[in-house]
Design a protein around this ligand. Sequence first.
Ligand SMILES: [Zn+2]
Length: 426
Amino acid sequence: MSLTHADIGAAVAAERGWMEELLVRLVEAPTTLGDEEPGQAIMAAAFADCGLEPISVPLDADALRADPGHSPFSWSVEGKRNVVARWKGSGGGRSLILNGHVDVVPPASAALWSSPPFSARRDGDWLYGRGAGDMKAGLVAMTGAIRALRRAGVELAGDVQLQSVVEEECTGNGALQLLLDGHTADACVITEPHPDHFTVAQVGVLWFHVEIRGIPAHAARAATLGFNAIDAAYTVLAALRELEAEANVSPPPPYDGFEHPINLNPGIVAGGDWTSTVAAECTLSCRLGLYPGEAPAAARRRVEDAIARAAAADPNLRDHPPVVRYDGFACEGAVVAHEEPVVQELSAAYAQVHGEAPRLEATTATTDARHFVRHGIPAVCFGPRAERIHGIDERVSLSSLAEVARVLAAFVPMWCGTVNEEGAGA
Ligand SMILES: [Zn+2]
């Protein structure tokens, strides 16, 4: 059966309570790196509550490391899983992946939050919590859309897969595992918090860790006997800031309209072991963006060369130059053509709900979309309105969540095709 515009609207509206309740439970599960499983258990139950059969797709460290598209990781992925549920179509239609990540970044500073970061506080249209916007509301919107269509009796021609993945915030290896295991489709929508526009281009990201050595001594004799590794980190950082500045001088399309598309972020600094000892070691952990088209290996060379040059010019670093180590993101950018059918048809579904087509944009961040694109599956990001992601008092709009579900519920039958009374694809 096929539904009218109004039928779909009513079916999604009926899921609002279910979706909000699911979002609260998800936000209250603090699914930071290594603790994703409680969130995956909730998502598996939510998929089952749509009348689908969730399956687990465990992360396989050896298989991941054997794939050239993986990002390096030093931690164990033992026991980690993605959760996938397939809504089988009757055949003849195009297939679709709806994908979201369950992992979230740490709270940055729990003390600065107005309410505990994992307490899912509601205030009017906003729901607060770490990961509420990035991207648990997206997971909820895509699942709510499918639940609405199924409960309304829609029968699809093509298959839809719901995917809840781990490790989007550090490597993307969760999404990669799904592709390695054959969980593919004709197109993919990732419900990252990109409202009122679709994201069709993204930068690559490199994580690197610079290990700097100093010469420890009593602080009282620091000037004559010691060399402080923490001070030396400034020298390294200054060289990296120059690298960043160069990359932003004349950005190539689609980043030519951006003022500062390439960002270097020193995210973690760790060093020293005693306040009155000249620091012997300091590790500077950084994230650097790269334009689509640059391989992570080339970005690594740029980073290593910049640090080597700075070390050669410094009398203290010359003898024991910093060592660069790689752990986490090593990924290229990705671009999807505006003419791709998934972009055009999702835009049409968006216009049905909002009265106008969305803007098509590039982001200065990375998402799991790159894995799908590299495997020949066009992927678009579109999801609920969120504010202050990775910041303090992250929040997501509940009305926006419902609108995204509404757009997805309009899009899925359009993309996959529906089954008419005679049982043929239409
Ligand atoms: Zn995200």
